[in-house]
Design a protein around this ligand. Structure first.
Ligand code: C2E
Ligand code: MG
Ligand code: MG
Ligand code: MG
Length: 285
Protein backbone atom coordinates (compact mmCIF):
# COMPACT_ATOMS: atom_id res chain seq x y z
CA UNK A 1 0.00 0.00 0.00
CA UNK A 2 0.88 3.63 -0.27
CA UNK A 3 1.25 3.77 3.47
CA UNK A 4 3.88 1.03 3.68
CA UNK A 5 5.70 2.47 0.64
CA UNK A 6 5.83 5.74 2.55
CA UNK A 7 7.15 3.92 5.54
CA UNK A 8 9.77 2.20 3.40
CA UNK A 9 10.63 5.59 1.99
CA UNK A 10 11.22 6.90 5.48
CA UNK A 11 13.12 3.80 6.42
CA UNK A 12 15.41 4.28 3.40
CA UNK A 13 15.85 7.94 4.29
CA UNK A 14 16.61 7.05 7.92
CA UNK A 15 19.19 4.51 6.82
CA UNK A 16 20.95 7.08 4.63
CA UNK A 17 20.84 9.65 7.44
CA UNK A 18 22.19 7.15 9.92
CA UNK A 19 25.00 6.24 7.59
CA UNK A 20 25.96 9.89 7.12
CA UNK A 21 25.79 10.45 10.88
CA UNK A 22 27.91 7.33 11.50
CA UNK A 23 30.46 8.54 8.99
CA UNK A 24 30.67 11.89 10.79
CA UNK A 25 31.06 10.21 14.16
CA UNK A 26 33.81 8.02 12.75
CA UNK A 27 35.62 11.03 11.29
CA UNK A 28 35.23 12.94 14.55
CA UNK A 29 36.68 10.02 16.53
CA UNK A 30 39.51 9.76 13.95
CA UNK A 31 40.27 13.48 14.35
CA UNK A 32 40.48 13.11 18.13
CA UNK A 33 42.83 10.15 17.74
CA UNK A 34 44.90 12.03 15.15
CA UNK A 35 45.47 14.87 17.58
CA UNK A 36 46.43 12.46 20.37
CA UNK A 37 48.77 10.49 18.12
CA UNK A 38 50.40 13.55 16.62
CA UNK A 39 49.23 12.95 13.05
CA UNK A 40 48.78 16.63 12.17
CA UNK A 41 51.60 18.43 10.42
CA UNK A 42 52.14 21.99 9.28
CA UNK A 43 53.38 22.95 5.84
CA UNK A 44 54.74 26.43 5.23
CA UNK A 45 54.14 28.62 2.21
CA UNK A 46 56.44 31.61 1.70
CA UNK A 47 55.33 35.20 1.21
CA UNK A 48 57.52 37.23 -1.13
CA UNK A 49 57.81 41.01 -0.81
CA UNK A 50 57.52 43.21 -3.89
CA UNK A 51 59.63 44.75 -5.32
CA UNK A 52 62.50 43.38 -3.19
CA UNK A 53 61.65 39.71 -3.97
CA UNK A 54 62.69 38.81 -0.45
CA UNK A 55 61.06 36.01 1.50
CA UNK A 56 59.47 37.90 4.37
CA UNK A 57 57.41 35.24 6.06
CA UNK A 58 55.43 32.05 5.88
CA UNK A 59 51.86 30.91 6.31
CA UNK A 60 51.40 27.72 8.33
CA UNK A 61 48.85 25.40 6.70
CA UNK A 62 47.71 22.26 8.46
CA UNK A 63 47.59 18.77 6.93
CA UNK A 64 46.62 15.40 8.34
CA UNK A 65 49.27 12.77 7.71
CA UNK A 66 47.57 9.38 8.12
CA UNK A 67 49.66 6.44 9.32
CA UNK A 68 49.33 4.94 5.81
CA UNK A 69 51.17 7.96 4.40
CA UNK A 70 48.21 9.78 2.83
CA UNK A 71 48.12 13.52 3.30
CA UNK A 72 44.66 14.99 3.86
CA UNK A 73 43.96 18.63 2.96
CA UNK A 74 42.45 20.92 5.60
CA UNK A 75 39.32 21.45 3.52
CA UNK A 76 38.40 17.85 4.29
CA UNK A 77 38.58 18.01 8.08
CA UNK A 78 38.68 21.63 9.31
CA UNK A 79 34.93 22.19 8.74
CA UNK A 80 34.03 19.18 10.91
CA UNK A 81 36.63 20.22 13.49
CA UNK A 82 34.90 23.62 13.57
CA UNK A 83 31.42 22.11 13.96
CA UNK A 84 32.45 19.76 16.75
CA UNK A 85 34.61 22.23 18.62
CA UNK A 86 37.75 20.13 18.11
CA UNK A 87 39.18 23.14 16.26
CA UNK A 88 39.93 24.59 19.70
CA UNK A 89 42.55 21.95 20.45
CA UNK A 90 43.72 21.57 16.84
CA UNK A 91 44.05 25.33 16.42
CA UNK A 92 46.01 25.65 19.66
CA UNK A 93 48.32 22.87 18.45
CA UNK A 94 48.81 24.69 15.12
CA UNK A 95 49.61 28.00 16.80
CA UNK A 96 52.02 26.39 19.26
CA UNK A 97 53.74 24.36 16.53
CA UNK A 98 54.03 27.33 14.16
CA UNK A 99 55.69 29.38 16.93
CA UNK A 100 58.07 26.55 17.81
CA UNK A 101 59.05 26.18 14.16
CA UNK A 102 59.81 29.88 13.88
CA UNK A 103 61.82 29.62 17.10
CA UNK A 104 63.98 26.85 15.55
CA UNK A 105 64.53 28.91 12.39
CA UNK A 106 65.54 31.89 14.47
CA UNK A 107 67.94 29.77 16.51
CA UNK A 108 69.48 28.66 13.21
CA UNK A 109 70.07 32.32 12.33
CA UNK A 110 67.07 32.72 9.99
CA UNK A 111 65.71 35.91 11.51
CA UNK A 112 63.08 38.54 10.80
CA UNK A 113 60.68 36.13 9.17
CA UNK A 114 57.04 36.32 10.15
CA UNK A 115 54.74 33.36 10.68
CA UNK A 116 51.03 33.46 10.07
CA UNK A 117 48.42 31.09 11.40
CA UNK A 118 44.80 30.78 10.28
CA UNK A 119 42.21 31.37 12.97
CA UNK A 120 38.64 30.10 12.82
CA UNK A 121 35.53 31.78 14.16
CA UNK A 122 35.32 29.53 17.15
CA UNK A 123 38.89 30.25 18.21
CA UNK A 124 38.30 33.97 17.88
CA UNK A 125 35.24 33.69 20.15
CA UNK A 126 37.07 31.58 22.74
CA UNK A 127 37.95 33.73 25.78
CA UNK A 128 40.93 31.39 26.41
CA UNK A 129 42.54 32.44 23.11
CA UNK A 130 44.51 35.31 24.64
CA UNK A 131 46.02 33.04 27.29
CA UNK A 132 46.93 30.49 24.59
CA UNK A 133 48.62 33.17 22.49
CA UNK A 134 50.57 34.51 25.45
CA UNK A 135 51.73 30.99 26.25
CA UNK A 136 52.76 30.25 22.64
CA UNK A 137 54.74 33.51 22.57
CA UNK A 138 56.36 32.94 25.97
CA UNK A 139 57.34 29.34 25.15
CA UNK A 140 58.89 30.29 21.82
CA UNK A 141 60.29 33.69 22.71
CA UNK A 142 59.33 35.09 19.31
CA UNK A 143 58.57 38.82 19.10
CA UNK A 144 54.76 39.29 18.94
CA UNK A 145 55.16 41.45 15.82
CA UNK A 146 56.34 38.39 13.91
CA UNK A 147 53.20 36.37 14.69
CA UNK A 148 50.27 37.03 12.41
CA UNK A 149 46.70 35.75 12.50
CA UNK A 150 44.64 35.36 9.35
CA UNK A 151 40.90 35.70 9.83
CA UNK A 152 38.60 35.21 6.86
CA UNK A 153 36.49 38.13 5.78
CA UNK A 154 33.25 36.29 6.55
CA UNK A 155 34.41 35.49 10.10
CA UNK A 156 35.54 39.06 10.66
CA UNK A 157 32.17 40.42 9.55
CA UNK A 158 30.10 37.82 11.42
CA UNK A 159 29.54 39.47 14.76
CA UNK A 160 31.03 42.97 14.49
CA UNK A 161 31.08 44.19 18.08
CA UNK A 162 32.39 40.92 19.43
CA UNK A 163 34.97 40.54 16.68
CA UNK A 164 36.32 44.05 17.26
CA UNK A 165 36.77 43.25 20.95
CA UNK A 166 38.68 40.03 20.27
CA UNK A 167 40.83 41.63 17.59
CA UNK A 168 41.67 44.57 19.87
CA UNK A 169 42.83 42.17 22.57
CA UNK A 170 45.10 40.38 20.06
CA UNK A 171 46.36 43.68 18.73
CA UNK A 172 47.18 44.77 22.29
CA UNK A 173 49.57 41.81 22.47
CA UNK A 174 51.38 43.25 19.46
CA UNK A 175 50.31 40.69 16.86
CA UNK A 176 49.77 41.40 13.16
CA UNK A 177 46.21 40.80 11.95
CA UNK A 178 45.08 40.17 8.41
CA UNK A 179 41.79 39.58 6.64
CA UNK A 180 41.99 36.38 4.58
CA UNK A 181 40.16 35.68 1.31
CA UNK A 182 39.35 39.37 0.99
CA UNK A 183 36.72 40.16 -1.63
CA UNK A 184 34.77 36.92 -1.29
CA UNK A 185 32.74 37.98 1.75
CA UNK A 186 30.43 40.91 2.24
CA UNK A 187 32.61 43.56 3.83
CA UNK A 188 31.07 46.78 4.86
CA UNK A 189 33.76 49.33 4.14
CA UNK A 190 32.59 51.46 7.05
CA UNK A 191 33.12 48.51 9.32
CA UNK A 192 36.42 47.52 7.74
CA UNK A 193 37.71 50.94 8.75
CA UNK A 194 36.91 50.18 12.39
CA UNK A 195 38.71 46.84 12.53
CA UNK A 196 42.18 46.96 14.10
CA UNK A 197 43.78 45.10 11.19
CA UNK A 198 47.08 45.48 9.37
CA UNK A 199 46.68 43.62 6.10
CA UNK A 200 44.31 42.32 3.48
CA UNK A 201 44.85 39.06 1.62
CA UNK A 202 43.42 39.48 -1.83
CA UNK A 203 41.56 36.29 -2.70
CA UNK A 204 42.92 33.99 -5.38
CA UNK A 205 39.69 34.20 -7.41
CA UNK A 206 40.63 37.75 -8.48
CA UNK A 207 44.25 36.89 -9.21
CA UNK A 208 43.71 33.91 -11.52
CA UNK A 209 42.44 35.90 -14.52
CA UNK A 210 43.94 39.26 -13.64
CA UNK A 211 45.57 39.66 -17.08
CA UNK A 212 42.54 38.69 -19.13
CA UNK A 213 39.47 39.74 -17.15
CA UNK A 214 39.17 43.54 -16.92
CA UNK A 215 36.74 43.19 -13.99
CA UNK A 216 39.19 41.15 -11.95
CA UNK A 217 41.98 43.56 -12.81
CA UNK A 218 39.80 46.48 -11.69
CA UNK A 219 38.91 44.72 -8.42
CA UNK A 220 42.57 44.06 -7.68
CA UNK A 221 43.59 47.62 -8.50
CA UNK A 222 40.76 49.14 -6.42
CA UNK A 223 41.36 46.83 -3.47
CA UNK A 224 45.05 47.62 -3.36
CA UNK A 225 44.37 51.35 -3.59
CA UNK A 226 41.69 51.18 -0.90
CA UNK A 227 43.95 49.15 1.38
CA UNK A 228 46.84 51.58 0.99
CA UNK A 229 44.54 54.54 1.63
CA UNK A 230 43.42 52.87 4.87
CA UNK A 231 47.05 52.23 5.81
CA UNK A 232 46.86 48.48 5.19
CA UNK A 233 49.24 46.34 3.19
CA UNK A 234 48.11 43.74 0.66
CA UNK A 235 49.17 40.15 0.08
CA UNK A 236 47.99 38.52 -3.15
CA UNK A 237 46.99 34.85 -2.81
CA UNK A 238 47.27 32.20 -5.49
CA UNK A 239 49.95 33.79 -7.68
CA UNK A 240 50.77 31.00 -10.14
CA UNK A 241 52.55 32.73 -13.01
CA UNK A 242 55.25 35.28 -13.62
CA UNK A 243 52.74 37.39 -15.58
CA UNK A 244 50.33 37.55 -12.64
CA UNK A 245 53.20 38.51 -10.33
CA UNK A 246 54.32 41.26 -12.72
CA UNK A 247 50.77 42.62 -13.05
CA UNK A 248 50.32 42.71 -9.27
CA UNK A 249 53.75 44.30 -8.80
CA UNK A 250 52.62 47.02 -11.24
CA UNK A 251 49.62 47.65 -8.96
CA UNK A 252 52.04 48.00 -6.05
CA UNK A 253 50.81 44.90 -4.29
CA UNK A 254 53.08 44.53 -1.25
CA UNK A 255 53.52 40.77 -1.04
CA UNK A 256 52.81 37.71 -3.16
CA UNK A 257 52.06 34.14 -2.25
CA UNK A 258 51.38 31.23 -4.57
CA UNK A 259 52.57 28.19 -6.48
CA UNK A 260 54.68 30.40 -8.75
CA UNK A 261 57.06 30.87 -5.81
CA UNK A 262 56.40 27.72 -3.84
CA UNK A 263 53.68 25.35 -2.72
CA UNK A 264 53.18 24.92 1.01
CA UNK A 265 56.38 23.08 2.00
CA UNK A 266 57.32 20.65 4.77
CA UNK A 267 59.57 22.29 7.36
CA UNK A 268 62.91 21.06 5.96
CA UNK A 269 62.04 22.27 2.45
CA UNK A 270 60.78 25.59 3.77
CA UNK A 271 64.12 26.08 5.52
CA UNK A 272 65.92 25.21 2.29
CA UNK A 273 63.79 27.78 0.48
CA UNK A 274 64.74 30.48 2.99
CA UNK A 275 68.43 29.76 2.53
CA UNK A 276 68.63 29.06 -1.20
CA UNK A 277 65.50 30.69 -2.63
CA UNK A 278 63.89 29.32 -5.73
CA UNK A 279 67.20 28.84 -7.50
CA UNK A 280 65.49 28.84 -10.90
CA UNK A 281 67.55 31.62 -12.42
CA UNK A 282 64.46 33.49 -13.60
CA UNK A 283 63.25 36.79 -12.23
CA UNK A 284 60.69 35.95 -9.54
CA UNK A 285 58.62 39.09 -10.06
P1 C2E B 1 43.75 29.89 3.10
O1 C2E B 1 44.20 30.32 4.45
O2 C2E B 1 43.10 30.89 2.23
O3 C2E B 1 45.04 29.26 2.43
C1 C2E B 1 45.32 29.33 1.05
C2 C2E B 1 45.06 28.03 0.36
O4 C2E B 1 45.36 28.17 -1.03
C3 C2E B 1 45.92 26.86 0.85
O5 C2E B 1 45.15 25.66 0.71
C4 C2E B 1 47.07 26.88 -0.15
O6 C2E B 1 47.72 25.63 -0.28
C5 C2E B 1 46.35 27.24 -1.42
N1 C2E B 1 47.23 27.89 -2.38
C6 C2E B 1 48.33 28.64 -2.14
N2 C2E B 1 48.87 29.10 -3.29
C7 C2E B 1 48.09 28.63 -4.29
C8 C2E B 1 48.14 28.78 -5.72
O7 C2E B 1 49.02 29.42 -6.30
N3 C2E B 1 47.15 28.16 -6.43
C9 C2E B 1 46.18 27.44 -5.82
N4 C2E B 1 45.27 26.84 -6.60
N5 C2E B 1 46.09 27.29 -4.49
C10 C2E B 1 47.04 27.88 -3.73
P2 C2E B 1 45.10 24.58 1.87
O8 C2E B 1 46.46 24.40 2.47
O9 C2E B 1 44.39 23.38 1.33
O10 C2E B 1 44.20 25.29 2.97
C11 C2E B 1 42.85 25.55 2.73
C12 C2E B 1 42.23 26.36 3.85
O11 C2E B 1 42.20 25.60 5.07
C13 C2E B 1 43.03 27.62 4.19
O12 C2E B 1 42.73 28.64 3.26
C14 C2E B 1 42.52 27.90 5.58
O13 C2E B 1 41.28 28.59 5.53
C15 C2E B 1 42.25 26.52 6.14
N6 C2E B 1 43.36 26.14 7.06
C16 C2E B 1 44.58 25.64 6.78
N7 C2E B 1 45.31 25.45 7.89
C17 C2E B 1 44.52 25.85 8.94
C18 C2E B 1 44.70 25.91 10.37
O14 C2E B 1 45.76 25.59 10.94
N8 C2E B 1 43.64 26.38 11.10
C19 C2E B 1 42.48 26.79 10.51
N9 C2E B 1 41.47 27.23 11.30
N10 C2E B 1 42.27 26.75 9.19
C20 C2E B 1 43.29 26.29 8.40
MG1 MG C 1 45.18 31.90 5.17
MG1 MG D 1 43.37 32.80 2.03
MG1 MG E 1 41.78 31.82 -0.11
Amino acid sequence: SAKSAGRDGYRFFDAAMTEAADERLRLEADLRQALKRGEFVLHFQPKIASPSKRVVGFEALIRWLRPDGTLIAPGRFIPLAEETGLIGAIGEWAMHTACQTLRRWREAGLCNLSMSVNLSARQLRNPALIVQVKRALAESGIPPGLLEFEITESVAMEDPSRTIGSLRALKALGLVLSIDDFGTGYSSLAYLKLLPIDRLKLDRTFVTDIETDPNDAAICAATIRLAHTLGLSVVAEGVETQAQAAYLAGLECDEMQGYYYARPLPEAEARHFIVHGLNCGEPMI
